[in-house]
Design a protein around this ligand. Structure first.
Ligand code: AGP
Length: 608
């Protein structure tokens, strides 16, 4: 949550900072600001609202300074307002700082600093850092930052500038991402390398407790004690197109359309000599065979991918599997033994609750595998093994392609466990793998053919106040994701229920025209789902059914049918979730919502 950027080099910083902030807006977008070294002082401008509003204000200034920092905010401490927008400055205005994270002991530090005469102008936790820097500053901004960080408790990515050190940016981090890159025209820092993708693809992912002194002529890296360290360069193979909409009206639609590619890339190289191989897990087949309990831990959409994995791991590998919301798992006392496998799923690799759950599980002796989309992210670093989903950068706040990448990766993991346990024979693995690979083409067909039926259903539902998503088995897991997509981008209240639970309560909600979206694809529980949707229909519900092509009977029970290609039930999440993504987007567009940046949300949830 929150994105920070910085640049020092030969070019005016203003435009570079704005471009970086625009690319980081997925991390938060309630206010934004920059601080630029202009002449011998700092010019600091902030605005409530999106980066575009800051950009508009800055068009009246046109600063020429070549060193500065910027921030786009998702409010934690203090409401979204101009005063609470970063950068925050010291009393004299000589130092400005941007921060991503939470300073947990800010209240006591603030009291202490106010006691010594510091005047605060915001309600944020971050402002204490500016005042601590002011007290510690003796001509070396990095040394002052090291001193300030010795006082603060919490998570932080910090970048600071000082008008007494022209051309210098001081940077550090703990539990919040910081990426640094050296371009031809200067040095860049950001919360995510997407901000600097047109300047360099060779970046340093700063480690916890490491510091950087960035200048136009180079970057020095030091550790907590101030000793020089060798930076580890990571090359990221990203295309500049990732930062652009590529002709689509929004990133969400672009990312939905990338899903066939995600499936293919995630599967590439996984079947070696007819056997499944996930070398990154670094476990022998014998060690895999010993696993006797699996927990999948995650939040939000990633949790829904975990619900699908539970069905697959239990169904194929016959290993008892629980899928748990990370924020619950971390505060329980789950049964963990050395043969327990914990699978942590996180697109961003930064989610605070998932990270805390990983740490807790490892302390208790579990082996932890991470499934993440971000190379070098905290989830990747803190897990014993990691599978990278091949979604590439996801910018829309609502996860789509990363969800599919997670589902495919978890499907592979379930097959691998079944292979190791001898529950699936090699010829079965090969057949499953082939069918899994075929889903890429089936998703392509859905994208090409389903638009009219999805848009018709969306128009019928757009004015509803509530909606229910129902399904059984795999369909129940898919329903949860469908409901989440709809509520997060259209603000229409939606809940998901296993269809069999309807008559235990939720059916009381149904009245004339109430939308019920049913996952009614051909599966072992198809007839049961049809009975459940008949019960809703009998009470006036408007039924939207996601059904298997060729199923003419379903038309008797549903008002709107979205047909998708027939796949094995185990792979139905891959195909059935795509029309639900498009359905949610179509309703959000009908309702005039910003599908890429829904209110109150941010892409990376780095706070508890
Ligand atoms: C998905 O559309 C949401 N934006 C959200 O639920 C997300 O999946 C959740 O915050 C978990 O994020 P992660 O995968 O980065 O850990």
């Amino acid at each position: 949550m929150c994105g920070i950027v910085g640049y020092t080099g030969k070019r005016p910083a203003q435009g570079i900072l704005i471009q970086g902030l625009t690319r980081l807006e997925y991390r938060g977008y309630d206010s934004a600001g920059i601080a630029v070294q202009e002449g011998d002082s700092l010019a600091v401008i902030h605005r409530k609202g999106k980066v575009a509003s800051l950009e508009h204000t800055l068009s009246h200034f046109d600063f020429q300074g070549t060193c500065g920092v910027g921030h786009t905010r998702w409010a934690t401490h203090g409401k979204p307002s101009e005063a609470n927008a970063h950068p925050h400055t010291s009393c004299g205005g000589h130092i400005a700082v941007v921060h991503n994270g939470i300073i947990e002991n800010f209240a006591e530090l603030r009291e202490e600093l106010e006691g010594r005469g510091h005047v605060f102008t915001s309600e944020t936790d971050t402002e204490v850092v500016a005042h601590l820097l002011e007290e510690a500053y003796q001509g070396d901004l990095v040394a002052a930052l090291r001193d300030a960080c010795s006082r603060i408790v919490g998570a932080y990515g910090l970048a600071a500038v000082c008008d007494m050190e022209p051309g210098v940016i001081a940077v550090t981090r703990k539990d919040s991402p910081i990426v640094i890159g050296q371009g031809e025209d200067g040095a860049y820092v950001a919360s995510d390398m997407i901000a600097m993708i047109d300047a360099t693809r060779d970046v340093v992912i700063l480690g916890d407790g490491e510091y950087a002194r960035m200048t136009a002529s180079g970057i020095e890296y030091t550790d907590e004690a101030g000793c020089a360290i060798e930076p580890r360069i990571t090359h990221v193979d990203w295309d500049l197109d990732l930062a652009e909409k590529g002709g689509y009206p929004d990133f969400m639609l672009k990312e939905i359309h990338e899903q066939p590619r995600v499936i293919r890339d995630t599967l590439a190289g996984r079947l070696v000599n007819g056997a499944l191989s996930i070398d990154e897990l670094d476990l022998t087949p014998e060690e895999l065979n010993l696993i006797d309990r699996v927990y999948v831990i995650a939040c939000g959409t990633s949790y829904h991918a975990g619900l699908i994995a539970k069905n697959l791991i239990e169904g194929w590998a016959r290993i008892p599997t629980e899928c748990e919301v990370a924020s619950e798992f971390r505060y329980r006392n789950p049964i963990i033994t050395p043969t327990t496998l914990v699978v942590a799923v996180s697109q961003s690799g930064e989610t605070a609750d998932t990270l805390a759950a990983i740490r807790d599980a490892r302390v208790k002796g579990a082996r932890v595998f991470g499934i993440t989309n971000v190379v070098g992210s905290p989830v990747a670093r803190e897990s014993d093994g990691v599978i990278y989903t091949k979604a590439n950068k996801e910018i829309a706040v609502a996860s789509t392609k990363s969800f599919l990448g997670q589902v495919v990766s978890l499907t592979l993991l379930a097959m691998l466990l079944a292979q190791a346990k001898g529950k699936l024979r090699m010829n079965q693995i090969r057949l499953l793998f082939r069918e899994l690979a075929d889903t890429a083409e089936q998703v392509e067909r859905i994208l090409a053919e389903c638009k009219p039926s999805i848009e018709e259903a969306a128009r019928a539902c757009k004015d509803a106040r509530n909606a229910l998503f129902i399904g059984r088995g795999m369909g129940a897991a898919i329903s949860y994701e469908g409901a989440l997509k709809l509520k997060e981008i259209s603000y229409l209240h939606a809940e998901a229920y296993p269809a069999g639970e309807m008559k235990h309560g939720p059916i009381a909600l149904i009245d004339e025209g109430f939308p019920v979206i049913a996952i009614a694809t051909k599966s072992p529980v198809y007839d049961k789902v049809v009975s459940n949707l008949q019960e809703s229909k009998a009470r006036g519900a408007m039924i939207v059914a996601v059904a298997t092509e060729g199923d003419e009977d379903i038309k008797q029970h549903a008002d709107h049918v979205i047909y998708i290609p027939k796949v094995r039930d185990a792979f139905s999440a891959i195909t059935a979730s795509v029309p639900l993504q498009l359905f949610a987007r179509a309703i959000a567009i009908e309702r005039g919502c910003d599908v890429d940046q829904p209110r109150n949300l941010a892409k990376s949830v780095t706070v508890e």
